[in-house]
Design a protein around this ligand. Structure first.
Ligand SMILES: [Fe+2]
Ligand SMILES: [Fe+2]
Length: 189
């Protein structure tokens, strides 16, 4: 049976180059932020290097993979099946690649929405995914939040979540309840 690393590498190698570049940049930043904040570097790098393995699957494939793994498909996911790519990646990592670290699986599963009781690995992945250099280059208004991620990671996380929330409300899209609950938790902590 091939190793977990080999199964992951095979899937990664079949992704389109721009997605590989994003994943690699997020992995580097996840490692840096983890080291800076005393979080498990290996777990954060593994989460970042696997979080988007299903990001570029077309809608029909997202739906069928979610059905295969018994992942609930709510109104939000029906409207935007791409939002299933985190839960699908986590299920695939657990079932097909034999990955067992629950912190990594949970971070990957909820990297798009966050979750109310988010842990340190989840926070680092969220920050690294949204603040890797490609994202900041594309949107220089992220620069102060990128800096904040080094000094005040929880504040940076809260800013990113609020920005996501605002962008959704502007487009009259429903915000995931996990995102709203996480915002409330961060505000009161
Ligand atoms: Fe993603
Ligand atoms: Fe990503």
């Amino acid at each position: 049976m091939p190793s977990t690393e080999a199964v992951i590498a095979k899937r990664f190698n079949n992704l389109l180059r721009p997605l590989q570049v994003h994943i690699n940049r997020a992995t580097v930043l996840a490692g840096e932020l983890a080291a800076m904040h005393g979080v498990d570097v290996e777990a954060c790098e593994l989460a970042a290097s696997t979080h988007d393995l299903f990001r570029s699957e077309p809608d029909f494939a997202q739906i069928s993979a979610a059905e295969k793994y018994g992942i609930p498909i709510g109104d939000i996911e029906t409207a935007t099946p791409m939002l299933l790519h985190g839960p699908i990646a986590a299920a695939w990592l657990e079932n097909e690649a034999g990955l067992t670290d629950s912190r990594v699986l949970q971070a990957v599963r909820w990297h798009t929405f966050g979750w109310p009781e988010i842990d340190d690995v989840g926070k680092i992945l969220y920050l690294a995914d949204k603040l890797e250099p490609g994202k900041v280059n594309a949107d220089p208004s992220l620069e102060p939040i990128r800096n904040m991620a080094e000094s005040h990671p929880d504040q940076a996380l809260l800013k990113l979540l609020q920005m996501r929330c605002d962008a959704h409300l502007e487009r009259e899209l429903e915000v995931h309840p996990f995102t709203l609950a996480l915002i409330e938790n961060l505000k009161s902590s």
